[in-house]
Design a protein around this ligand. Structure first.
Ligand code: 57M
Length: 359
């Protein structure tokens, strides 16, 4: 909105023309989110502490985690409003994709908020039941998937990296596919959020990658040159990705080891779902397995651990799942696990750009 207001004067003040450019507004969006997060973060932590919204630590976790008991949580209540505010300020208000993604961050944020609130307010610290949580996530993702499927400007064929010529039309099958990507990404990020900065670091890196993918997909000449799907209007999603990068860096300032705040399910579920939605809109769903490879591996470690545990009647593949706990129990100090996971996330993000040329 702010951008539209400023742009009204571009005929009188010529340099205001720069606001027309998505790149400029993406940088502004990132800086707006970063500055607000940094300046407001400390106050939010104080408020959460005053309201006694502190993390409950289960007894069955790694021993060193008990010291984290009471750390202010639900930090997603800072991230989400900052991302929404920056996006609304600097993105094109008539762009449907922007509003679809804002619906996702708010709906999944509400699901996470309900889960976090129940965990904190209940004596047994239980949140939403797994069934209720999944049902709400699938419902929200279904609304998004159907909206994209019905949107005339959005083509629901499957884009396969490395195979330019193969792009099968999925028809109605696209809807469950999109739901799977959005709900899967949401829960994979949620599982990964188990060490200080372990989720927000790779999430910020992933959104920095999709900031580029969205810009390229929305630029007809570049998309055609790279032979990636051209998605008219998806360039505005770069502005939202910029807001997430800024808010992510600002949150990391406080979530870095030793964390002063956790994002809570309100943060992890919403950021993961937004990442999945951005991958769907930019038609880079399979690339998400690479960009978000860390989240995929963490989720798979849980799936394999639980399956093996049930199959063998109690045997484990990892010392503890998700995999970050396995390395913790192997004796790696928490910061070492975190930074090594960040390094892997950066390598995966760089590799993902290789899919743009290798086709
Ligand atoms: C999401 N939440 C963290 C924090 C964060 C099926 C099973 C694998 C499920 C899984 C689970 O419960 N996952 C929930 C992970 C939790 O973090 C809170 O949750 C939010 C994210 N959703 O924002 O509010 C704990 O993580 C630590 N933490 C930090 N720094 C951070 O910045 O240190 C989080 C953020 C926090 C804090 O200790 O309390 C979590 O781990 O629960 N369960 C697990 O991940 C458990 N694994 C497990 O049971 N493995 C089993 C089987 C079932 C696979 C096995 O390997 O045999 C681990 N988590 C806990 N205890 N809490 C280990 C046991």
């Amino acid at each position: 909105m702010l951008y539209k207001l400023i742009y009204l004067f571009h005929t009188d003040i010529s340099w205001l023309n720069v606001f027309r450019y998505i790149t400029f507004r993406t940088i502004l969006s990132a800086l707006t989110a970063l500055v607000i997060s940094l300046f407001v973060g400390g106050w939010v932590i104080e408020r959460l502490r005053a309201m006694q919204i502190g993390q409950y630590i289960r007894d069955d976790g790694p021993p060193n985690h008990k010291a984290k008991e009471g750390t202010p949580t639900m930090g997603g209540c800072l991230i989400i409003p900052v991302v929404v505010f920056s996006t609304v300020c600097w993105a094109e208000p008539r762009n449907l994709y922007v509003w679809v993604v804002l619906f996702v961050i708010l709906s999944f944020g509400l699901i996470g908020f309900m889960d976090d609130y129940l965990k904190i307010s209940r004596k047994d610290n239980r949140g939403l039941s797994v069934k209720a949580k999944f049902a709400l996530q699938i419902l929200a993702a279904l609304i998004v998937a159907v909206a994209l499927y019905l949107y005339p400007g959005f083509d629901s064929y499957l884009n396969l990296p490395f195979f330019k010529k193969i792009s099968p039309h999925m028809g109605l099958g696209y809807i469950p596919f999109a739901v799977f990507i959005i709900v899967g990404a949401s829960n994979a990020v949620n599982l990964t959020d188990g060490l200080d900065g372990l989720a927000i670091g790779p999430v910020t890196i992933a959104f920095a990658s999709y900031l580029v993918f969205a810009y390229l997909a929305g630029h007809v000449k570049i998309a055609n040159y790279l032979q990636i799907p051209y998605v008219a209007g998806s360039g505005e999603i770069s502005v939202l990705c910029g807001a997430v990068v800024g808010a992510g860096l600002g949150f990391l300032w406080y979530n870095a080891y030793p964390a002063e705040i956790f994002m809570g399910d309100v943060g992890s579920l919403s950021l993961g779902a937004v990442l999945g939605t951005v991958a769907v809109i930019t038609k880079q769903e399979f690339v998400l397995a690479l960009v978000g490879g860390l989240f995929v591996v963490e989720a798979l470690s849980v799936i394999f651990q639980v399956a093996y545990f049930k199959l063998t009647g109690g045997e484990r593949i990892f010392r503890m799942a998700p995999m970050h706990h396995h390395f913790e129990l192997k004796g790696w100090p928490e910061p070492k696990v975190i930074v090594r996971f960040w390094i892997i996330a950066i390598i995966l993000a760089l590799l993902s750009f290789g899919t743009l040329k290798l086709r």
